[in-house]
Design a protein around this ligand. Structure first.
Ligand SMILES: [Zn+2]
Ligand SMILES: [Zn+2]
Length: 208
């Protein structure tokens, strides 16, 4: 498995292109710069089989429709965040860009524990509400894609619709209790590891 990270859009969102050895791939959070994302797909001769969303804020879905149209891949989103695909207040597009994002329909709805199979890769859904009510992390092999739930030495904001700090802290704590170590690949900023966050994240060890 190879992970290509592209930082896209105005908010510095990390979109991840996750490729299996058989050249099938998943795209996580196509948050902008759709042309660049699709160029990267063809540069590596990949076939995109799934588009996974950690949540539906505009900075994670702005290039979603373009990428879906170009790849024909199904969109996977937690059932509690699917509302953001059609609600410009929930997905912040009115607030962030002043332009409501056109509604996106026909996504596959996920719940806790659901697995998305992409070639030989399995993405396991962990429902981690708090940044939004339907935020998820995806675990695949030794990688954990954490969206805006967990950042390197920080956590996501909770000031948006359906956000809740106590719920987010509970979700982050749950991630820390996963067995073993993972590479943490967040929705913004630098990568980390679960062990690093267990020691250095102020929201984990109660020093914030
Ligand atoms: Zn967000
Ligand atoms: Zn974000």
């Amino acid at each position: 498995m190879t992970v290509h990270t592209l930082t896209v859009g105005d908010m510095g969102t990390n979109a991840y292109l996750v490729a299996g050895d058989d050249k099938t791939a998943a795209i996580i959070d196509p948050g902008g710069d759709g042309d660049r994302l699709l160029r990267e797909v063809s540069r590596h001769a990949l076939t995109v089989k799934a588009i996974l969303l950690t949540h539906t804020h505009e900075d994670h879905i702005a290039a979603l429709e373009q990428v879906r149209r170009a790849t024909g891949a199904p969109i996977y989103v937690h059932q509690d965040d699917a509302c953001g695909l059609t609600d410009p207040e929930y997905n912040l597009s009115i607030m962030l860009s002043g332009m409501p994002l056109p509604p996106i329909r026909n996504a596959v709805l996920l719940e806790e524990g659901d697995e998305v199979l992409v070639g030989a890769m399995t993405f396991r859904t962990l429902h981690t509400p708090g940044h939004t009510k339907g935020s998820v992390c995806f675990a695949c092999e030794d990688c954990l894609f954490t969206g805006d739930t967990l950042f390197r030495e920080s956590i996501g904001r909770t000031c948006y619709p359906s956000g809740s700090l106590p719920i987010l802290l509970h979700s982050v704590n749950r991630l820390m209790q996963m067995e073993g170590d993972y590479a943490v690949l967040p929705g913004h900023g630098a990568p980390s590891t679960l062990n690093h966050e267990r020691q250095e994240n102020p929201f984990v060890n109660g020093t914030f």
